[in-house]
Design a protein around this ligand. Structure first.
Ligand SMILES: O=C(O)C(=O)C[C@]1(C(=O)O)C=C[C@@H](O)C=C1
Length: 363
C-alpha cells in the first residue's frame, strides 16, 4: 500500500468514529434537556430551578479520569468532557459568570477552566463588583482569586465575605506562567507594568535581569499589557492570553520565580452545593479575646482528625486588634464527621460564618 492509501484507510476509520462520537454527544445533550425538564417539574411553585450542579459535574469529571485508559492523558480527556458538559448545561440554562477583569486576566482563564466555553463571561473592574453582580442576580456566579502559592492571600476576596451573603460553590486552581512582553522589542525598556502580585511572583528574575528599571503596579496584568501596547518604552508582565489580546511579543517566557506558581480561585454563588464525595468547606470564625481561644477553635478539628487545608488571619470588623480566621478544611458540612465539629465551633467561637461546602478542584 502507498502512503496515500494507508492514510485514506485510517482517515475513513476516523470519519466513522467521529460520526459515532457526534451522534453520542447529541444523545447526551438530549438527556441533559430531559434532566432540565425533570428539575423544572419537581421545583416548588415560585422556586428558582437550579440547573447548574457543581457536585455532579465534579463526579462526572472524576469518573472520566478514573476510567481513562489512554493514550490521551486523564486531564486532556477530562477537559474534553468539561466542554461537552458546558454545552449541555447551556441547553438547560445559559449561565452568566462575572469575573475579575479586564478581558485577558488569569481570572477569566480560571472561569473558562471551571465552567467551559459555553458560559457568558462578564468582566468586572473589582472584586467588590464581582460580588455585587452575583448578589444582585445580574450574574449567576462569580470568579475571584483567593490565594497564590508564591505571594499568599488575596485579602480583598476574603474581606468581601464579611458583608456578603454569597457562598463558595467551587474552587479552581491555575498554574500561572508569567511572560515579559513588549510592543517593540528593539526599544530600550524604561518601565515594567504588572499587577503587584505578579511583580512579587517575578521579583528575583526582575532583580537579576532588570535591576534598575522602574516597576509599576497596575490593577491587572491585562491592563499592564494594554499599557505596554500603547507605550514603546514599556514592557508588561502578563500571561499568554493578554499577549495575544494586545498583540505583544513575548521576549522572555515563564519568568516566575517558582516553577510551581499556582493561583487558587473561588466560585461564588447564591446556592448551596450538595456533597460530591470529595469536598472542602470554608468557614470564618473569630475567637474570644482570652487565653487558649484559638486552641479552642482548632481543637474540634484535631479531635475529629480533620485536615485543615488553610488558615488565614484577617483583622475583624468587630473592633481594633480583633481577628477573624478564615479556615478551609476537607469534608462537606453535611458529612457525618463534619457536622459535630461545626456544632462545637459555634459554641466556642465568638463569631462563626459558614462560607460554603464545595467539590475539591478536579482539573
Ligand atoms: O446531572 C445534571 O443535573 C445535569 O444537568 C446534567 C449535566 C451534564 O451535562 O452532565 C449538566 C449540567 C449540570 O451542571 C450537571 C450535569
Amino acid at each position: 500500500m502507498s502512503e496515500a492509501q494507508e492514510l485514506e484507510q485510517l482517515r475513513q476509520a476516523i470519519d466513522s468514529i467521529d460520526r459515532q462520537i457526534q451522534e453520542l454527544i447529541n444523545q447526551r445533550a438530549c438527556c441533559a434537556r430531559q434532566v432540565a425538564e425533570v428539575k423544572e417539574k419537581y421545583a416548588a411553585l415560585g422556586e428558582t430551578v437550579v440547573f447548574y450542579r457543581p457536585e455532579r459535574e465534579a463526579q462526572v469529571l472524576r469518573n472520566v479520569m478514573a476510567r481513562n485508559t489512554g493514550p490521551l492523558p486523564n486531564e486532556s480527556m477530562a477537559r474534553l468532557f468539561r466542554e461537552i458538559m458546558s454545552q449541555c448545561l447551556a441547553l438547560e440554562e445559559p449561565l452568566n459568570v462575572a469575573f475579575l477583569g479586564p478581558e485577558g486576566t488569569f481570572t477569566q482563564q480560571a472561569a473558562v477552566k471551571h465552567f467551559g466555553h459555553a458560559v457568558c463571561c462578564h468582566s468586572q473592574v473589582s472584586i467588590a463588583d464581582v460580588f455585587r453582580e452575583v448578589e444582585s442576580g445580574a450574574a449567576n456566579f462569580g470568579v475571584v482569586p483567593v490565594e497564590n502559592s508564591t505571594e499568599g492571600v488575596v485579602t480583598h476576596t476574603l474581606d468581601s465575605f464579611f458583608d456578603s451573603s454569597l457562598q463558595v460553590c467551587g474552587e479552581v486552581t491555575l498554574r500561572i506562567h508569567h511572560h515579559l512582553m513588549r510592543k517593540d522589542p528593539e526599544q530600550p525598556i524604561e518601565r515594567i507594568y504588572s499587577h503587584a502580585q505578579s511583580l512579587g511572583q517575578c521579583r528575583r528574575w526582575l532583580d537579576q535581569h532588570y535591576p534598575g528599571i522602574e516597576r509599576i503596579a497596575l490593577s491587572s496584568n491585562a491592563e499592564a499589557a494594554r499599557r505596554a501596547s500603547l507605550e514603546p518604552g514599556s514592557a508588561a508582565i502578563a500571561g499568554e492570553v493578554a499577549a495575544d489580546l494586545y498583540q505583544l511579543v513575548v521576549c522572555n517566557a515563564n519568568i516566575e520565580d517558582r516553577p510551581d506558581n499556582t493561583t487558587r480561585f473561588l466560585i461564588v454563588g447564591r446556592q448551596a452545593t450538595l456533597s460530591s464525595g470529595e469536598d472542602k468547606t470554608s468557614i470564618m470564625v473569630s475567637s474570644r479575646n482570652q487565653p487558649g481561644a484559638l486552641y479552642q477553635v482548632l481543637e474540634p478539628f484535631h479531635q475529629a482528625g480533620i485536615s485543615l487545608t488553610r488558615i488565614e488571619t484577617r483583622p475583624a470588623r468587630t473592633g481594633t486588634w480583633n481577628y477573624a480566621f478564615f479556615i478551609d478544611f476537607e469534608g462537606h458540612c453535611d458529612d457525618e464527621s463534619i457536622r459535630p465539629v461545626l456544632a462545637q465551633l459555634q459554641l466556642v467561637a465568638a463569631d462563626y460564618k459558614w462560607l460554603g461546602s464545595y467539590p475539591k478542584a478536579v482539573l
